[in-house]
Design a protein around this ligand. Structure first.
Ligand SMILES: [Zn+2]
Length: 159
């Protein structure tokens, strides 16, 4: 199932690429492997073991401050803690409005703020969502920027 979705996604991205040049946002936060699904990069402190997202160097633990961090892939699914529909945004986001935005709790006890890929008003608190990638806004040259988003978990039937 994941493989099928991935192919659809990359074909979609290829089509968009032909229209406009696309830039990737936040390489420190998001990894998009060619043959496996995208994941968010957690930063695990090798000294105190605490896990952080987004990237913090040195470790924000006041008893630690180590700079020795390793990248750990975070879970691709989480639950919506809080969701809201946004109608007004920065000028670079204008063509993508309105949009749903949410805090998503990952099993690692990390809360991620992200745009949701789907219709406004269609998400609920407590709903499980899955990591995906998509256009989040344009850069100042008007080119779309791709970053992480969360979407509804695909139904198993579609596998
Ligand atoms: Zn630490």
């Amino acid at each position: 199932m994941v493989r099928v979705l991935n192919r659809v996604q990359s074909e979609d991205m290829k089509n968009k690429k032909e229209q406009k040049e696309i830039t990737f946002f936040h390489p420190d936060l998001l990894e998009v492997p060619e043959k496996s699904p995208p994941y968010l990069k957690g930063y695990k402190c090798k000294k105190c073991g605490k896990l952080w997202f987004p990237k913090f160097v040195p470790c924000p633990n006041p008893d630690c401050w180590s700079e020795d961090m390793e990248v750990v892939p975070l879970s691709r699914r989480g639950k919506i803690y809080s969701v809201t529909d946004v109608y007004i945004g920065q000028p670079t986001m204008k063509e993508y409005m309105p949009m749903a935005m949410a805090y998503i709790d990952l099993p690692e006890k990390i809360r991620v703020f992200a745009q949701l890929d789907g219709d406004i008003g269609s998400f609920q608190c407590g709903e499980e969502v899955e990591l995906t990638t998509g256009v989040v806004r344009n850069n100042t040259d008007g080119k779309p920027i791709i970053s992480y988003k969360f979407k509804k978990v695909p139904k198993e039937k579609e596998a």
